[in-house]
Write a protein that binds this ligand. Structure first.
Ligand SMILES: NC(=O)c1ccc[n+]([C@@H]2O[C@H](COP(=O)([O-])OP(=O)(O)OC[C@H]3O[C@@H](n4cnc5c(N)ncnc54)[C@H](O)[C@@H]3O)[C@@H](O)[C@H]2O)c1
Length: 397
């Protein structure tokens, strides 16, 4: 093992004063932080595939659980296992750091990686608040990287690419009304784990932890939202956060959407439906999608030739971590800001923050309303009575 559990001097912003790194003619050096379910199950396989293609070299794994990181490295043929992120950054100087640790760590680990000069690919939820998101963004390079991007793998793959293009080109007419549904089921044992269902450790309930993927995809398809109204409830689980939320969203393009996020729905589904003037587009799946999960239903008068084009999704490329990572690597080589970073990576967190504020204050919240000084900018419960943890309520009373 290359690392120790002792604390080491943090890397500083000055270390990235060398300017953005260039990757022409060489493999991108990647490190995996977090050897848990998503690190092992998604980050390692995606990086390994790109390593086999000669694009990347996985130089290190990091986890505070030494047995877990040793196993990750042994299984993945990764030469260096660390239990200390700062030490790994200093000794290995990776170009890319993938983060698959619990949400409370995303802020400090993203900042540490950026300060060392590495690009970041961090799991959802990005961080626990818009303030934290802006703090990460402030550490990015200004010209050519390094940039921090968020894992939103449902945006990638042939289905999303095809439908996004149809919508952007106006092929289906104007989008009019949409539904966005993440109705999942989690039992009491799931919430018996102490960090689940709490604001401080998860940032929010199913709106933040589960529904974020479909809301992010809805925003990716329909573009900027302009206002939201919402309701939340705790109906089943013994949690601090909500276990169900509903929202009404108006988009800048005029479309209206309903959103439902739950962890109490026995018949689980992830679903997006967009009714446009000329056709309804529908995506029905659970944790990922391929072309077969999409359905396009035209108006009766639509020309057959047009419908054939709309329904031609091309070769099937399922949504996956690998597809997003491929695009990220291409952005790194081009020295360009990747999709799902900056304003594009912030959009679903802003909608979720607004959803909570709208629900807890019984008001309509407009895009851009939540900034520094707003209680919902720094914590998603906003100190709301009945929702914030008791100690926070007393402190803000
Ligand atoms: N994109 C998706 O579809 C998807 C799916 C599942 C989970 N996730 C996200 O991935 C993240 C991790 O979830 P998970 O299910 O893999 O959790 P997990 O508990 O299985 O793994 C987390 C790992 O992080 C390690 N860790 C804890 N503190 C650390 C530290 N200071 N430094 C390094 N490692 C540390 C733990 O030891 C553990 O091995 C969460 O943000 C979760 O929301 C995303």
């Amino acid at each position: 093992m290359s690392g120790t559990t002792s604390r080491s001097t943090p890397t500083t912003a000055s270390e990235s004063a060398e300017g953005p790194r260039r990757f022409e003619g060489r493999r991108i050096k990647a490190a995996i932080v977090g050897a848990g379910a998503i690190g092992r199950g998604s980050h390692l396989p995606a990086l390994a595939e790109l390593a086999a293609a000669g694009e990347v070299e996985i130089v290190a794994g990091v986890d505070i659980d030494s047995a877990a990181v040793e196993k990750l490295c042994a299984d993945g043929g990764i030469p260096h296992a660390y239990t200390d992120l700062d030490r790994m950054l200093r000794e290995q100087r990776p170009d890319l750091v993938t983060i698959g640790t619990p949400p409370t760590l995303h802020l400090t680990q993203s900042v540490a990686a950026l300060r060392s000069g590495a690009w970041v690919w961090c799991e959802k939820p990005p961080v626990l608040s818009l303030a934290d998101f802006d703090a990460v963004e402030a550490e990015e390079g200004t010209d050519g990287g390094p940039y921090a991007s968020i894992v939103f793998q449902h945006r990638f793959g042939s289905g999303t690419r095809h439908v996004k293009r149809l919508l952007a080109e106006g092929a289906l007419g104007r989008p009019l009304v949409a539904h966005c549904q993440t109705t999942w089921y989690r039992d009491a044992a799931y919430y018996a784990v102490p960090w689940r269902g709490r604001w401080a450790t998860e940032g929010g309930g199913p709106a933040m932890g589960h529904g974020i993927h479909q809301m992010d995809l809805l925003l990716d398809l329909l573009g900027p939202w302009s206002e939201v109204r919402a309701m939340t409830a705790r109906l089943v689980h013994d949690v601090e956060t909500e276990d169900v939320s509903t929202a009404l969203v108006r988009f800048e393009n005029g479309a209206l959407a309903t959103i439902v996020n739950s962890v109490l729905s026995p018949d689980e589904v992830s679903r997006i439906r967009v009714d446009c003037e000329l056709a309804t587009v529908e995506l029905t799946h659970l944790y990922g999608h391929s072309n077969d999960n999409w359905r396009i239903t035209p108006v009766p008068t639509a020309p057959e030739a047009d419908v054939a084009v709309w329904r031609d999704f091309g070769p099937d490329v399922p949504s996956s971590h690998l597809e997003q990572l491929r695009e990220l690597i291409a952005s790194m080589r081009a020295g360009e800001r990747p999709r799902s970073s900056g304003a594009d990576g912030r959009t679903s967190l802003e909608l979720i923050s607004a959803l909570y504020k709208a629900a807890f204050t019984d008001t309509t919240v407009r895009a851009g309303d939540i900034g520094p000084g707003d209680p919902y900018y720094t914590v998603l419960h906003g100190g709301a009575p009945g929702w914030a943890p008791a100690a926070t309520e007393e402190a803000t009373a």
